[in-house]
Design a protein around this ligand. Structure first.
Ligand code: AR6
Length: 182
């Protein structure tokens, strides 16, 4: 585990479904109906209350699906976290389809949703870097930059945790994020 930005950003390895932060962020897809990876793990651990709320959100606010870069909040169901913030990262097509901007929006809008619910802590997975194929090094810089400007601008979430599923992802993040350079 490593800590940055005056103690407000924690970087670690682990299973995000075990995090006891007020909210955890889900790397969902536009359907909000679950999937593999971290999405599958969150729905399995949190139980059916989460998908029920996702279905209501689809029916009312997002009949065509949640666009990439946006985020919505549901209960955490049986998870230790009170809320799950579902965001949709971009699919990586090579970098020419505003993937960078959409990934930054996914992080930024998730923090905005956490603020709306007065969360003081929130945990994030490495959005888009699994099935969606976003290069990990590039995603690391984007995530770190968003966190830095959020914290610098006085955002309400006091503790942000970035949870990497494996040691290799964790190492790549630390080497690429720019957080360790003076
Ligand atoms: N805790 C923390 N990180 C995890 C966990 C976990 N329990 N499980 C996986 N990861 P991915 P994406 C890591 O593929 O690229 C889904 O099917 C994983 O190792 O989950 O945004 C959705 O429904 C990787 O580093 O998300 C979408 O269809 C990171 O989480 C699609 O995948 C993200 O990998 C979204 O793809």
């Amino acid at each position: 585990m490593e800590t940055f930005l005056g103690g407000r950003l924690i970087v670690k390895t682990g299973d995000i479904t075990r995090e006891e932060t007020d909210a955890i962020v889900n790397a969902a897809n536009s359907s909000l109906m679950g999937g593999g990876g971290v999405d599958g793990a969150i729905h399995r651990a949190g139980g059916p209350a989460i998908i029920e709320e996702c279905r209501r959100i689809r029916d009312t606010e997002y009949p065509d699906g949640l666009p990439a870069g946006e985020a919505v909040t549901t209960t955490g169901g049986r998870l230790p976290a009170k809320f799950v913030i579902h965001t949709v990262g971009p699919v990586w097509y090579g970098g020419g389809r505003n993937e960078d901007g959409l990934l930054a929006n996914a992080y930024r809008n998730s923090l905005k949703r956490a603020d709306e619910k007065k969360c003081v802590s929130a945990a994030f997975p490495a959005i888009s870097t699994g099935v969606y194929g976003f290069p990990r090094e590039r995603a690391a810089r984007i995530a770190a930059d968003v966190m830095k400007s959020y914290i610098d601008s006085g955002g309400g979430v006091r503790k942000i945790v970035l949870v990497f599923f494996g040691d290799d992802d964790y190492r790549v993040f630390l080497e690429s994020s720019g957080l360790q350079s003076p």
